[in-house]
Design a protein around this ligand. Structure first.
Ligand code: M6R
Length: 606
């Protein structure tokens, strides 16, 4: 959620840092700052609020200099304020630090430093870091950083500069992402690739407890014992324009429209037109020993996991438990060496998902991660990785990540079923064909955009909205409801149709908006009863149905017929109009759709 950028070279560092921080705005933040060496002077400029405020400050007081660090902060320790924002600098002004993560033992370090004469001005955990480095500094910058880092507990990605080593920038990480960008006579650090994509496509992924010392001409990576670590250069495959809005008003809308391509990219090279699966990412021998699967994930990724559970159980006949990653650890999961844990995470950096994975590993499970971010922490800690290849997802509200996670889960379910020979190959062929036609189906569903816009015009002033569904439609209803509340701030809940009478129906009164999802012809008569139940109590009903769902037109105030048929894959196409509905409701309300309040793109703290 916080963002880091660092630069050392011969150009104006402040400009490069601000430019990089702008690319990280999507992560969510409440304050921003930079520290740049201007001759002998360390210039630290920080402001609360949007980057625009920092830019105004820099216009009034320009900062020159060729190396520095920058940060966008999302408050964890201490309220959002100028004083709590990063970079934080040692009491004597020598060492300056930007930090993502949490220093868990900062209180005891603070006491230790106070006993040694240090004074603190912020409420943050981070401020102990520059002071601790300063405490150990005896002329060797890297040595002081290593001594200090040894004393830190918790998670951290750190960018560090020192006034006595102005041409050096040190980076180190543990449990928080950090990359090194390799330039021509200049080098960069960043918490995320988009921050440096306009400058370089060559990167190193830093691993835990690796220390990188960057000068304009050299990058040296060592471990705690000063052993040199040879890093592999990764070439970033997506372009900077891929990370921009591409003509759409918001990243969210752009990403909704990218779904046909994104799903196609997930399928590419994995399922060919002869219906052959080309998957070899997981050990088949191990798969035959698996007797239980846990899917762990958060938010939208968890909703994808709920669909994955049903599909894997149906095709591969293995019990699957889909659990919120934040709960998994506390529920005494029954995990052993015959358990496969599938961790689903767009970013691959979600703290709760990583914690669940680490626990499962200690219990003997093998980990398969489904992630969109190559080289993310999750993928590096997993036994097997399935990349979704959705391209960068900038909007905080996740859309293409979800549909590509679903695609990955369907592919995996088919692969597992084929490996274990659990269903007829003719049955699997139907699923494979539907997968291959999914990009086209989504394209057709996107043509409903104008209709959805009109519906959103009628309902955007409502205070509450309820989503109903049964079976897979219930999982999709949960995702539709999450999208709506995230970006429109309208209170919304999803209920399984069968639960209506067990409580939620008490909420229905005149004009309460109820969105019924009924894409399964086998369940549509039951959904019909649910729609009747709420309609007779005055609800304003909007139904989303497939073209082969039994007709319930006369019952509903609005009906959206999706150009899709009822198949096991229906969730992939059904969610698209729900994403559009949430988008247009929020747009009608004039909200900051790509950066909804209180939310961050990746939640790297618990
Ligand atoms: O990066 P991850 O997929 O692990 O993120 C999980 C959730 O934080 C994420 O899906 C969140 O719920 C989104 N804001 C949903 O739109």
């Amino acid at each position: 959620m916080c963002g880091i950028i660092g630069y050392t070279g011969s150009r104006n560092a402040a400009e490069i840092l601000i430019n990089g921080l702008e690319k990280l705005e999507y992560r969510g933040y409440d304050s921003a700052g930079i520290a740049v060496f201007d001759g002998d002077k360390l210039n630290v400029c920080k402001e609360k609020g949007r980057l625009e405020n920092l830019k105004i400050l820099l216009k009034k007081h320009p900062v020159n200099g060729n190396s520095g660090i920058g940060h966008t902060r999302w408050a964890t320790h201490g309220a959002p304020s100028k004083i709590n924002s990063h970079p934080h600098t040692s009491m004597n002004g020598k060492i300056s630090v930007v930090h993502n993560g949490i220093i868990e033992n900062y209180r005891e370090i603070k006491v230790f430093l106070e006993e040694n004469g240090y004074k603190f001005i912020s409420d943050t955990d981070t401020e102990v870091v520059p002071n601790l480095i300063d405490f150990y500094y005896e002329g060797d910058f890297l040595c002081a950083v290593k001594k200090a880092v040894k004393q830190l507990n918790g998670s951290y990605a750190l960018g560090i500069i020192c006034s006595e080593n102005k041409d050096e920038l040190i980076a180190v990480r543990k449990d928080s992402p950090l990359i090194i960008g390799i330039g021509e006579n200049e080098n960069f650090i960043a918490s995320d690739i988009p921050a440096i994509l306009s400058e370089t496509k060559k990167v190193y992924f830093l691993n835990d407890n690796e220390f990188a010392v960057l000068t304009s001409s050299k990058i040296t990576v060592t471990d705690f014992d000063n052993n040199i670590i040879e890093k592999e250069i990764h070439e970033v495959s997506f372009s900077e324009t891929d990370a921009q809005k591409g003509g759409y008003e918001h990243f969210m809308l752009k990403e909704i429209h990218e779904q046909p391509k994104a799903v196609n990219d997930t399928l590419r090279g994995r399922l060919n037109s002869d219906l052959n699966l080309l998957l070899d990412f997981i050990n088949k021998e191990f798969l035959t020993t698996v007797n239980k699967i846990y899917i762990i994930a958060c938010g939208t990724a968890y909703h994808a996991g709920l669909v994955g559970k049903t599909v894997i159980e149906k095709l591969a006949k293995i019990p699957v438990f889909a659990e919120l990653a934040s709960e998994f650890r506390y529920n005494n999961p029954l995990v052993d060496k015959n358990t496969l844990v599938i961790a689903v995470s767009q970013s691959g950096e979600t703290a709760d998902t990583l914690a669940g994975v680490r626990l499962a590993k200690t219990m003997g499970a093998k980990i398969l991660s489904i992630s969109n971010v190559v080289g993310s922490t999750l993928t590096r800690e997993s036994d097997y990785v399935f990349y979704t290849y959705a391209g960068p997802e900038i909007s905080v509200a996740s859309t293409k990540a979800y549909t590509t996670q679903l695609t990955a889960l369907y592919l995996f379910a088919v692969y597992l079923a084929e490996t274990k020979n659990t269903v007829l190959s003719s049955e699997l062929d139907i699923v494979k064909k539907d997968l291959l036609s999914m990009p086209k189906t989504i394209e057709n569903v996107l043509k409903l955009e104008e209709k959805i816009k009109l519906i959103s015009n009628k309902i955007f002033n409502e205070k509450d909205m309820y989503y109903l569904g049964r079976g897979l439609d219930y999982a999709v209803a949960m995702e539709g409801s999450l999208k709506l509340k995230e970006i429109s701030y309208i209170h919304s809940e999803a209920y399984a149709g069968g639960e209506l009478k067990h409580g939620p129906i008490a909420l229905i009164e005149d004009n309460t908006v109820v969105i019924a999802i009924s894409t399964n012809k086998n369940l549509s008569s039951k959904m019909e009863s649910n729609i009747k139940e709420v309609a007779t109590r005055g609800a304003y009903t909007i139904a989303f149905v497939n073209e082969d769902t039994n007709c319930i037109h006369s019952l509903c105030d609005e009906i959206v017929v999706l150009p899709a048929k009822c198949t096991l894959l229906t969730p992939i196409s059904t969610v698209v109009p729900l994403q559009l509905l949430a988008y247009y409701v929020a747009k009608n309300k004039g909200y900051d759709i790509d950066k909804p309040r209180n939310l961050a793109k990746s939640v790297t703290v618990e």
